[in-house]
Design a protein around this ligand. Sequence first.
Ligand code: NAG
Ligand code: NAG
Ligand code: NAG
Length: 322
Amino acid sequence: MRSPALPRTSLGTVILIFVCVLTKESVEITPVPYRLQVPRVALDGRDPSNPLRREKKQMHCQLGQYLHPRKTHCCMRCHAGTYKAKDCDGPDQATVCLPCSNGTFTAVDNTMSKCFQCKRCRTALQQIVETPCTPKQDTVCGCQKNQYRIDSDSEYFQCRNCSSCADGTITSCSKSKDAICRCKPQFFLSRSNICKPCNSCTGEDCLLCPSPVTTSPTSSGPNPAVLYTVVDHVPPSRWKEFVRRLGLSDYDLERIELEHRRLRDAQYEMLRLWKLQTGHAATLEHISRVLNQMELSGCSDAVQEALLNQTSPQPCSLHNHL
Ligand SMILES: *[C@@H]1O[C@H](CO)[C@@H](O)[C@H](O)[C@H]1NC(C)=O
Ligand SMILES: *[C@@H]1O[C@H](CO)[C@@H](O)[C@H](O)[C@H]1NC(C)=O
Ligand SMILES: *[C@@H]1O[C@H](CO)[C@@H](O)[C@H](O)[C@H]1NC(C)=O
């Protein structure tokens, strides 16, 4: 009956018998010491009543062990810092684990046949070794002090110098973020993280430059008075020359004259336009310079004194800005 030359009709019978034998065997096999814990079968969602499957699942090993390649027994895994040189010969035998050689590592319990190569920090990206490789831990690469990393999730992160915050102070320079600068007074933080002088600001940047000259509504209070003081101290006969030297165009002068019948209103409007056009360069120094060029330095002194008298609450800032 076991001969391979069986007639066809017997083949079905043979298979049936074979299955029966196998089933019987697998039931008998259950008491081996490394048998699988029962709950795992159920958790796997497989049918535990299927004897063929059950025999296979019984080869699961305990935590810290692995199944021998022949699936006959379990062996202890090798600890971090070692690799598996040889499987254990039997359930009571030890796995042969050897230490990782220089420059290699394994970080966890394992069954690796060799250790991993330690990574090299990429000096081209200015990386430095933060922690050297050990048999149990890969090299940790980092950046130098006062540097931060870009693309920090990748092995290819780049180290860059933190901004130096010239004309300001560094409030932080962290591993993953550039320095945050706090600029000195009269400097603003540009988009490139550099403190730039306020008199070079344009557009929205100027909002970062609080000063008496800004066109915000709150600062408009004292300014008309300042402008009127200038109007009052420049001789009317020299007025047009004065505003031309400040930089106003003849077109603007004529337009303002047409729009304001009263001379004083027109004068005020001209200075206001000059202040708008000149922005942060609209300083008392500028006015004094022009008055001196016109040989009206006495007039300049009078303006300055009057301004100082008027604006005693903020003498310093108003000394420089209108
Ligand atoms: C491992 O390498 C380091 C430097 O690369 C060396 O100083 C040390 O002697 C080496 N150790 C062994 C066991 O080869
Ligand atoms: C980064 O800073 C160091 C030291 O402060 C300096 O020597 C180096 O030139 C800087 N690198 C760059 C790209 O600015
Ligand atoms: C400025 O104030 C002082 C006293 O506070 C006064 O003597 C002087 O005349 C004032 N000057 C002007 C130009 O108003």
